[in-house]
Ligand binder design. Structure first.
Ligand SMILES: Nc1ncnc2c1ncn2[C@@H]1O[C@H](COP(=O)(O)OP(=O)(O)OP(=O)(O)O)[C@@H](O)[C@H]1O
Ligand SMILES: [Mg+2]
Length: 210
């Protein structure tokens, strides 16, 4: 090999390396995740209803049927905050933390929806005002609302029994005064709230309402 051919060979080698470097770079660029194609139809299933109506039982079945991820405020609150529960001022203490949990649950919800998976939410929202704020948040995501209800005396009995037996939907003891307070807070969706929304109502007792 003479001097020129050596030089040519070296520069060919450099060029080959450069082009293989460029190819590798291209591969690297191509290997990066592209913009999400946007699984279009992942749906929010919102389960609401008065205390002890059977929401968690219903949500468990729904999550199975829809292959959705179930996010339940009571479970988050129990796991994260129960050990720190104060002896007094419990309502204000609870409301503040529940708000923070719902914010976080919503961020998780968005991530799960963006991954193309349905979400089954049980996050309280006993009152219309709270649900109105939630609807603003959910914006243009596909949404179905399930209203699960049962007569108050049936619910009271179920909650007493759940307190004792601690079955699969038990998160925390609901004492009688909290049951009555929470039952009084419940406002069923009606009128404007249902207008233009996919609202489905289920009774888990055989009888009429409260
Ligand atoms: N359709 C039903 N028929 C009979 N019992 C039911 C039914 N649904 C739920 N239950 C029972 O009633 C109790 C309360 O149900 P669940 O825990 O699902 O209510 P919840 O609405 O989630 O209550 P909470 O408001 O406290 O979260 C449970 O012990 C459950 O087994
Ligand atoms: Mg529940």
């Amino acid at each position: 090999m003479n001097k020129h051919s050596r030089r040519r060979s070296r520069s060919a080698c450099l060029a080959a390396n450069a082009s293989s470097g460029r190819a590798k770079e291209k591969e690297r660029v191509n290997a990066q995740p592209g913009p999400a194609q946007g699984p279009p139809d992942a749906r929010v299933h919102l389960v609401v209803g008065p205390v002890g109506a059977g929401k968690s039982t219903f949500a468990l079945q729904l999550a199975g049927a829809s292959r959705g991820v179930r996010l339940t405020l009571d479970e988050w609150m129990t796991e994260l905050f129960r050990p720190d529960r104060p002896n007094t001022g419990v309502v204000a203490w609870y409301v503040e933390r529940a708000g923070r949990c719902v914010d976080r649950i919503w961020h998780v919800t968005e991530a799960v929806l963006d991954a193309g998976v349905d979400v089954v939410l049980e996050i309280g929202l006993l009152q219309r005002r709270q649900r109105a704020a939630f609807y603003r948040r959910v914006a243009d995501r596909p949404l179905t609302i399930y209203v699960v209800d049962a007569a108050r005396d049936v619910r009271r009995e179920r909650v007493e029994q759940r307190n004792r037996l601690r079955g699969p939907t038990f998160s925390m003891v609901v004492p009688p005064d909290v049951f009555e307070l929470a039952s009084d807070l419940w406002e069923a969706p009606e009128g404007d709230e249902c207008q233009g929304r996919d609202v489905r109502c289920f009774r888990t007792d055989a009888g009429a309402g409260d």
